[in-house]
Design a protein around this ligand. Structure first.
Ligand code: CP
Length: 344
């Protein structure tokens, strides 16, 4: 564990106060600074200490109301936000689109305005359309919006928990080689992870079938806007479709889920071919650095993008990522809606 992380972990939760320049929303990691990411990770380290207590309850967000508004299925993100809010003593209300007036045709805007009128402090939203959380953030004046995954755009809280998990094991992220492999084209996880690791100075290599490997730097690509001629956080991001070449000297390998539900045409010849060329397994990890680690955001297609032995082996951080997801979401809720709740 890095020294700064250990120090943060020793701080009592009542003291993990963000500065006064709090952000209002978490929509992606592209607009985070390295310092801001580090502050979230440090706060999450203190939240991990709370998670380790016999009685996992602190009064930090007493009187705050958080709604989870999910238009897509989720296990990890939704439940960890609910757990995070409840541990911090917020009132957490779960709303699924299928059991709400969305079924009667109510729009996202009117759903958001309705929740705002009820006085909720934060909406954690997952939506199949890229940009839906940004739209809510622009439309609602009194509610913090947290993006829990929007289309193929972004999944910033996943990116932050990935960074936290990586920092716990690698210490410094700067200079580390991170390989992200698989269905990058459809992966909001990959986009947020790339921004996060790039902001902290990692070398990031994207690997996978060329058809699932968009070049972020083509005109209009999601990374093109980063190159402002002064500082381009994505300067150390590159593409290498050949996984055997990409994985050499890697410190961390992140396998992505094949998102068959978002694929309308065949992007590779067969699953068998995909496994042969891009599955992350023990043989491939042998070409990485000796202590290289595996991450996967979940849910896994076990035996396809990652082998069962590796997924459940000693290099795997997959379950730790889930635990850290609760701490990261506690830290974000605290930073966004803790102000004035009596926590500080
Ligand atoms: N990683 C992730 O977003 O998982 P869920 O879909 O289960 O929330």
């Amino acid at each position: 564990m890095a020294t700064d992380t250990a120090t943060a972990a020793a701080r009592p939760v009542e003291r993990v106060l963000a500065g006064t320049d709090r952000r209002r929303h978490v929509l992606d990691l592209d607009d985070f600074t390295a310092d801001e990411i580090t502050a979230v990770l440090d706060d999450a380290a203190a939240m991990r200490e709370v998670l380790g207590r016999d009685v996992k309850k602190v009064p930090t967000l007493r009187g705050r109301v958080i709604v989870t508004l999910f238009y897509e299925a989720s296990t990890r993100t939704r439940i960890s936000f609910e757990e995070a809010g409840k541990i911090l003593s917020a009132d957490v209300i779960n709303m699924t689109a299928t059991a709400s007036s969305v079924e009667k045709g109510e729009s996202l805007l009117n759903t958001g305005l309705t929740l705002q009128a009820m006085g909720v402090d934060a909406i954690v939203v997952r939506h199949p359309h890229s940009g839906a959380p940004n739209f809510l953030a622009r439309s609602l004046s009194n509610v913090a919006i947290i993006n829990a995954g929007d289309g193929a755009h972004a999944h910033p809280t996943q990116g932050l928990l990935d960074l936290y998990t990586a920092r716990e094991h690698l210490g410094e992220i700067a200079g580390r080689k991170v390989v992200i492999v698989g269905d990058v084209l459809h992966s909001r996880v990959a986009r947020s992870a790339v921004w996060g690791f790039a902001h902290l100075g990692a070398e990031v290599v994207l690997s996978g079938p060329p058809t699932l490997l968009p070049d972020p730097f083509t005109p209009g690509g999601w990374g093109a806007a980063a190159d402002n001629g002064i500082h381009n956080p994505l300067a150390n991001v590159r593409l290498q479709p050949d996984l055997d070449a990409a994985i050499e000297e890697a410190d961390l390998v992140m396998a992505l889920r094949l998102q068959t539900e978002r694929q309308q045409r065949g992007f590779f010849p067969s699953i068998r071919e995909y496994i042969r060329r891009w599955q992350v397994n023990d043989q491939r990890m042998a070409q990485a650095n000796a202590n290289a680690l595996l991450m996967h955001p979940g849910p896994m297609n076990e035996g396809i993008e990652v082998s069962t032995a590796l997924a459940h082996g000693e290099r795997s951080l997959i379950e730790e990522q889930v635990t850290n997801g609760v701490a990261i979401r506690m830290a974000l809720l605290y930073q966004l809606v803790g102000h004035g709740s009596g926590a500080d």
